[in-house]
Design a protein around this ligand. Structure first.
Ligand code: ZN
Ligand code: ZN
Length: 394
């Protein structure tokens, strides 16, 4: 292992082998969001092997395990591992690469699921003060799994929640547990411009939705540049435009879809409002009508100060304070862990997953492969987060 000795010592040789085997098996058999049947069965089986048998199923593809604490009245804490894969054809060349065509653990959720099982094993052997709820969460990639877990009521008594993500921008053994914004909200918008169609040679008889939509798309660029505080990050991206059937026809409607990313709820609300206002007023200036719908995705991940402090204390105990490092840049990807944090305070961590000297490979790429030793860092850090939080909650 290339992980710090302090980490390795927390695992028996048997548990190390078990986790590596589990992780490789999950990687070999990835399953998409809400289809994680074999994954969950395998995870529950391994939990049983490490002495964790109090498991509640969440829908068909998720589960929450409860590990008893030392003191009945002590507060419960939740740990979350997401378990789903992505529709990507793997190109890592790993000996345990995906055997499922077009499906791959390209976001490291095979590692996250194994962290959850590893943390459960560590906590079963050396419990926290209170109960620990280990969440095996389906469907993170479609932003719906966390809500399904919350709606089940299975973690209603959790007073804090922790989770992490592999990150190849950091080497194995490094851990990020910053307070403040760590991931963005991701909301999807659809704009439909309704005009009036006509012959392309008689535009005066039309109300051209394509010209109106072109102006709308240009004007949307001013939301981030002119309306959002320049000290705050945000994104408005138009990802699709569709209109028309032939070169000599002005169609009666045009459609665009896109994404809005924000790192706090005020700028999120501002961008929603501006998107509607700009679109509707520009469309009406062109004599057309705008229909705007915004589907709210996960909110931003903003780690509160107190819980992030507990996570840093836990990470320092596992990897040493000098390996607890700042993120150093803002991340505008989304993570449905934020759905938990709307109800339960907690901390989302980044766990280093690059072998020393290795390349930075982005997640969601066909060659993404976290360094396997981060298995032990993540499991040990999450278990320690539960211990620190459960003795610190007032
Ligand atoms: Zn992902
Ligand atoms: Zn992910």
């Amino acid at each position: 292992m290339s992980v710090p000795e302090s980490v390795g010592l927390r695992f028996s040789a048997e548990l190390r082998d078990r986790l590596v085997t589990l992780r490789r098996e999950l990687h070999r058999h990835p399953e998409l969001s809400f289809a994680e049947r074999d994954t969950t069965a395998r995870l529950i089986e391994t939990l049983g092997e490490v002495g964790v048998s109090d498991v509640r199923r969440i829908g068909e593809t998720g589960a929450v395990a409860r590990i008893s604490g030392r003191t009945r009245s002590a507060p419960a804490v939740a740990l979350r591992g997401d378990i789903d894969a992505l529709p990507i054809q793997e190109a890592t060349g790993l000996p345990f690469a995906s055997t499922v065509p077009g499906v791959m653990h390209a976001c490291g959720h095979d590692i996250h699921a194994s962290w959850a099982v590893g943390a459960a094993a560590l906590l079963a052997a050396d419990p926290a003060e209170g109960d620990v709820l280990v969440v095996l969460q389906p469907a993170e990639e479609v932003g719906q799994g966390a809500l399904a877990v919350l709606e089940s009521g299975a973690i209603d008594d959790a007073r804090a929640i922790f989770g992490g993500h592999v990150d190849r921008r950091f080497t194995v053994g490094q851990v990020v547990a910053d307070d403040g914004p760590l991931a963005a909200s991701a909301d999807t918008f659809t704009i439909e411009i309704v005009g009036a169609g006509a012959h392309a040679a008689r535009p005066h008889e039309a109300r051209d939705p394509i010209v109106a939509l072109a102006a709308v798309v240009s004007a949307l660029q001013s939301i981030v540049s002119r309306r959002l505080n320049p000290a705050t990050a945000g994104v408005v991206t138009v990802g699709t435009i569709n209109a028309g059937t032939a070169s000599n026809i002005i169609p009666d409607r045009a459609r665009a879809t896109g994404t809005i990313r924000a790192v706090d709820s005020d700028s999120r609300a501002l961008m929603h409002e501006e998107l509607r206002r700009v679109t509707e007023s520009i469309a009406s200036g062109f004599g057309t009508e705008a229909r705007v719908t915004i589907d709210r995705g996960p909110p931003p991940v903003v780690n509160p100060v107190e819980q992030a402090g507990w996570a840093r204390e836990a990470a320092s105990a596992v990897v040493g304070a000098n390996n607890v490092v700042p993120l150093g840049f803002l991340n505008l990807a989304a993570e449905d862990f934020s759905n938990y944090m709307e109800r339960i305070p907690g901390c989302f961590l980044r766990i280093g997953a690059r072998e020393p000297g290795g390349p930075v490979i982005p997640a969601h790429s066909p060659t993404f492969a976290p360094a396997e030793d981060c298995l032990f860092v993540g499991a040990a850090v999450l278990a320690e987060c539960a211990r620190v939080a459960s003795r610190s909650i007032r």
